[in-house]
Design a protein around this ligand. Sequence first.
Ligand code: DX5
Ligand code: ZN
Length: 217
Amino acid sequence: MLKIFPSILSADFSRLGEEIKLVEEANADGLHIDVMDGKFVNNISIGIPVVKSIRKCSNLFFDVHLMIEDPDKYIKNFADAGADGITFHIEATKDPFNTINLIKECNKKVGISIKPETEIPDKSILKDIDLLLIMSVNPGFGGQKYIEAVNEKIEKLLKIRYENDLHFDIQVDGGINKDNILAVAKCGADIAVVGSAIFSADDKKSAVLELKNISSL
Ligand code: DX5
Ligand code: ZN
């Protein structure tokens, strides 16, 4: 069944703890935390102190999505702050194996993210990771439109995973809502990241439940 990780990028940060509680009560499968540095992407979001602070009020799996240059520099900080999984962009590092090792040394789940235009990484990388995050919008902002061409990429990745007996999860992030989540599930994704379709809804809890219902049809 497709897992749903709400992305707090679209949450009301003045009441972040309460909003996280709501999605937790709706049995969200994890919490997606978007970190942006204003360099790798053209936006700045949240960082280490926020992760540390919300760690105190949630037991959800913390899935930290680093959209930053030079991720190696900050892996340990995010691990210490309470991340359970750390995903970095393959476009942001010269030596992905080094970044993978740094995350592993912290005993955290390793994720690699690719932008919509980026090719699927080589098998030598795929065999070393727990998660491959396919961006279905250009990273930087919530509320963008889902890029349909990504569906083909999900199916291609599924095939590579099967043919090579690999075990990473396939996560899709950006523009997912109640109109397209079933298609994302049917393509074979394991985890859908959903930001504005949950946190911009009047009833956040019902929004998660509805997405769960639709994706299990
Ligand atoms: C975009 C972020 C996404 C974003 C998704 O750069 O990585 O996680 O929060 O938000 P929606 O679901 O609104 O596209
Ligand atoms: Zn994200």
